[in-house]
Design a protein around this ligand. Structure first.
Ligand code: NAP
Length: 317
């Protein structure tokens, strides 16, 4: 058998802050919990260089460090974890047990929490797919070092673009923040931090139209949103931060999703499938913060604990 047990009280899909917090709360409540993930622990949080707004870490903390700490915290109370890619969730059988189908085989659970988070959205510009990994990146922390002393463009005007641009400014010679409007949507603190860097240049009202280069990135072509003129910003890296898309494809048809693919839940994190909950970025079109993901994970766990307590015949069989 691929898993230590055939049936768990709770199967948690995803090991970002929502999944890890859910695992901590479930395990601490005495529930048998396993976290499934197909990649690195910590989710998007682990790919963020520095987190400055997680309560208690008053001087800030590396995203990867916070991920490790949350993982160890859940493990201390007995949560298990394993690598597996989830393919499908099958609704409750006549005993009220759900099945999670994975590439490592099936797993049974009394409750399932989908905390699969979200992945970077693509820009959809010519050159993006061809030059991916050859100058086009979606992760400054992962790839920034390749561009030491060089010029790069960061596309987007949200928190991710502006914060990661400030990170890249420590490594790169020059960083352009390329945004399609005249106003950034990032938090003021992030904007101020970026504006204070001498080597960050804001290219506002600049719509990215193509990423240029044959075997590696040479420039980003942008169109002025007002004058309509095009110009090329010479650079060897293009970092794309134009939002995120939820990792919920596997749940399509099984759970109610909104028009953008986010899982629809009530305030207690219940989805449209009995016994299945969702937490974190997979369900949240707004306020995607580490702390709000943690809150979702805790809420899902507390709901599960309460519901299982109301069904003593199914409780810790
Ligand atoms: P976001 O806030 O949705 O921002 C995406 C940016 O990309 C927007 O400025 C948008 O422009 C631009 N954009 C979208 N499609 C584009 C296109 N086709 N061409 C050019 N530009 C395009 O996404 P995010 O920055 O990834 O953040 C996602 C969520 O995580 C947010 O809720 C954010 O607050 C949160 N987050 C928080 C922190 C933090 O608190 N430390 C850090 C990172 C992320 P418009 O403005 O014109 O729409």
């Amino acid at each position: 058998m691929a898993f230590k047990q055939e049936t768990y009280d709770v199967v948690i899909i995803g090991s970002g802050p929502a999944g890890l917090t859910c695992a901590l709360y479930c395990a601490r409540a005495g529930l048998g919990a396993v976290i499934l993930d197909r990649g690195m622990q910590g989710g998007q949080m682990a790919m963020t260089e520095w987190i400055d707004n997680y309560p208690g870490f008053h001087e800030g903390v590396e995203g990867s460090k916070l991920g490790e700490l949350m993982f160890e915290h859940a493990r201390r109370f007995g949560a298990e974890s394993t690598y597996a890619t989830v393919e499908r969730i099958v609704g409750k059988d006549s005993d009220g047990i759900l099945t999670v189908e994975t590439d490592m085989g099936p797993l049974k659970a009394k409750a399932v929490v989908v905390a699969t988070g979200a992945a970077p959205a693509e820009l959809g510009a010519p050159g993006e797919a061809e030059l991916r990994g050859r100058g086009v990146s979606y992760c400054a922390v992962c790839d920034g070092n390749f561009f030491k002393g060089q010029d790069v463009c960061v596309i987007g005007g949200g928190d991710a673009a502006v914060e990661e641009a400030a990170y890249l400014a420590k490594l790169c010679r020059k960083v352009y923040i390329v945004h399609r409007r005249d106003k950034l949507r990032a938090a003021k603190a992030a904007q101020d931090a970026a504006a204070s860097k001498d080597n960050i240049e804001f290219a506002l009202n600049s719509i990215p139209t193509a990423i240029l280069g044959d075997t590696e990135v040479k420039a980003l072509r942008v169109k002025d949103a007002v004058a309509g003129e095009e110009r090329d910003l010479p650079c060897s890296g293009v970092f794309i931060y134009v939002g995120i898309k939820p990792a919920t494809d596997f749940a399509r048809g099984a759970l109610d999703l909104d028009e953008n693919g986010f899982i629809v839940t009530d305030n207690e994190m219940r989805t449209s499938m009995d016994g299945v909950y969702a937490a974190g970025d997979a369900r949240r079109p707004r306020n995607r913060q580490v702390v709000t993901a943690c809150a979702d994970g805790a809420t899902a766990a507390l709901t599960i604990e309460r519901i299982l307590n109301e069904q003593p015949d199914r409780w810790r069989k």
